[in-house]
Ligand binder design. Structure first.
Ligand code: FAD
Ligand code: NAI
Length: 476
């Protein structure tokens, strides 16, 4: 029997893959998407890392744990008395699982709506033929299909630490970190990156004593220095113990928990006994089971699929997107690449602007940025102007009772073009979009400063920071 033929076969149904499949279907192609993720009952759970063990469940727990912390600490300031506050962790985790399921189901619905054929199982390259590529699906749906074009979107996996392999019982990846059955008394995280801070915040708010061990001497090196400094101050005040410049040594796991030996920044030998350890030291591109060799698909030295600026691989009509290729490992970056590739297959001019991809860390306060940091501008010798505005001077932030942080603008010294916008504070995950739009349209800081912003709103801090570029803030 000959293989079922598709115009486009997408391998991987995470945010990169499922969005690519939908866009390709919108453009009139006959599309298949293969994804192997299983829900607890063994059924399909499309949405990838993002939906199942990443963006979505982490944000659900961040929200729940923030409510818990507010009820315990912040409500009293508003004159709200809470008695008998308790935590039903099982229910909180169940709610998170439900949010995940709603997203899985939503993607299956979208596939149906857009007439994308979904195959549940692992997709592996078999061979290249006249009409494109043959791909075997196994471990769920069992069949072989063929695609004229193939988009590989197989994502990434958590990087493990040598000598401390994940058992998801004591030594946890992001997966286990999202389903600890009882709040650990003591929790350690290795790596103070995005996962370290988000998951560290969740479990600290729920009552764990949290220590974060970071190898680098600088905190959040990719973040604007001024913002990172403020973040370290705030997180430390909240009770996260963040140790920088450490060298992690032997890790021993037993029924009693985990013992982590490390050398601190001053060279002192330390030992930490904790109930659970989360290792969050980055992620590695995933090509497990793809059989890249079968067709000669080229990987780079990091194990990522090698692509050019247009996401083309070394093979004709084979494309790769998202975490499995170079660039930031972010869901929205994967999605943009998915759309761009589908449009390129259709002969259009899909485009991803890497200079305007926003970053958000969903701690409290949130951290968000787009464009270049002050240290990057200094290093490149670009003449710039900086302006910032604190939420302390913003009426809405005062009314919310959340005045931590600031908005900071960086603009070209001569042309006033916005080069970077950096924020730490309440709801900045939403505020950053204005900065992204402004940079996409090559706006000047003056453009933002002259736009009417609703009062009272947090977005007025954005306008004021733009005004601060020319030292003419109105409320500070
Ligand atoms: P993935 O989401 O990893 O999806 C790949 C899919 O392909 C998976 O379903 C996998 O099972 C499947 N697959 C792999 N190989 C095969 C095969 N051979 N056959 C069939 N299927 C296969 N990013 C953000 O932008 N915002 C956030 O808030 C955020 N939070 C995060 C929180 C955590 C804890 C983690 C771990 C990550 C977070 N990320 C966040 C990163 C984000 O999850 C990834 O960047 C994103 O999921 C990458 O999308 P992708 O489509 O490339 O790959
Ligand atoms: P990360 O790259 O953000 O941070 C890893 C940290 O671990 C770095 O600070 C690094 O210096 C440190 N580290 C590395 N090896 C170490 C060692 N041996 N000992 C101590 N420290 C060590 O990686 P993380 O947090 O694992 O997240 C992976 C990726 O997932 C992120 O880079 C991001 O792309 C994505 N993500 C995005 C989120 C968001 O957008 N809000 C949330 C969570 C994850």
């Amino acid at each position: 029997m000959s293989a079922k033929q598709f115009d486009v076969v997408v391998i991987g149904g995470g945010p990169g893959g499922y969005i690519a499949a939908i866009r390709a279907a919108q453009l009139g192609f006959n599309v298949a998407c293969i994804d192997e993720w299983k829900n607890p009952k063994g059924g399909p759970a499309p949405g990838g890392t993002c939906t199942n063990v990443g963006c979505i469940p982490s944000k659900a727990l961040l929200q729940s744990s923030e409510h818990f912390e507010h009820a315990g600490h912040a409500f009293a300031d508003h004159g709200i008395q809470v008695q008998g506050l308790g935590l039903d962790l099982g229910k909180m985790l169940g709610r998170k699982d439900n949010v995940v399921k709603q997203n899985n189901d939503g993607i299956l619905y979208l596939f149906k709506k857009n007439k994308v054929s979904f195959f549940h199982g692992r997709g592996s390259f078999v061979k290249a033929g006249d009409g494109g590529y043959e791909i075997k699906v196994a471990g769920g749906s069992e069949e072989t299909i063929a695609g004229k074009h193939v988009i590989v979107a197989t994502g990434s996996n958590a990087r493990s630490l040598k000598g401390a392999e994940f058992d998801e019982k004591n030594i946890l990846s992001n997966d286990g970190a999202l389903r600890i059955g009882a709040v650990p008394k003591k929790l350690a995280l290795i790596g103070s990156g995005v996962i370290g801070l988000e998951m560290g915040s969740v479990w600290r708010r729920l009552g764990a004593e949290v220590t974060v061990l970071e190898a680098l001497p600088t905190f959040l090196g990719a973040v604007d220095e001024q913002i990172a400094k403020e973040a370290l101050k705030v997180f430390t005040k909240q009770g996260l113990k963040i140790e920088l410049g450490v060298k992690v040594g032997e890790i021993k796991s037993s029924d009693a928990g985990v013992q982590v030996a490390y050398t601190d920044a001053k060279g002192g030998e330390q030992s930490l006994q904790v109930d659970k350890l989360i290792v969050s030291i980055g992620r590695v591109p995933n090509t497990i089971g793809l059989a890249a060799d079968a067709v000669g698909l080229k990987l780079d030295e990091r194990g990522a699929i090698e692509v050019d600026g247009d996401c083309k691989t070394n093979l004709p009509n084979v494309w790769a997107i998202g975490d499995v290729v170079r660039g930031p490992m972010l869901a929205h970056k994967a999605e943009e690449e998915g759309v761009a590739v589908a449009e390129r297959i259709a002969g259009q001019h899909g485009h991803v602007n890497f200079n305007t991809i926003p970053w958000v860390i969903y701690t409290s306060p949130e951290i968000a940025w787009v464009g270049q940091t002050e240290q990057q501008l200094k290093a490149s010798g670009r003449a710039y102007k900086a302006g910032s505005f604190p939420f302390l001077a913003n009426g809405r932030a005062r009314a919310l009772g959340d005045t931590t942080g600031m908005v900071k603008f960086l603009a070209d010294a001569a042309t006033d073009e916005i080069l970077g916008v950096h924020m730490i504070g309440p709801q900045v995950s939403e505020l950053i979009s204005e900065a992204v739009v402004a940079m996409e349209f090559k706006a000047s800081a003056e453009d933002i400063a002259r736009i009417c912003h609703a009062h009272p709103s947090l977005s007025e801090a954005t306008k004021e920071a733009a005004l601060a570029i020319d030292k003419r803030t109105l409320n500070f």
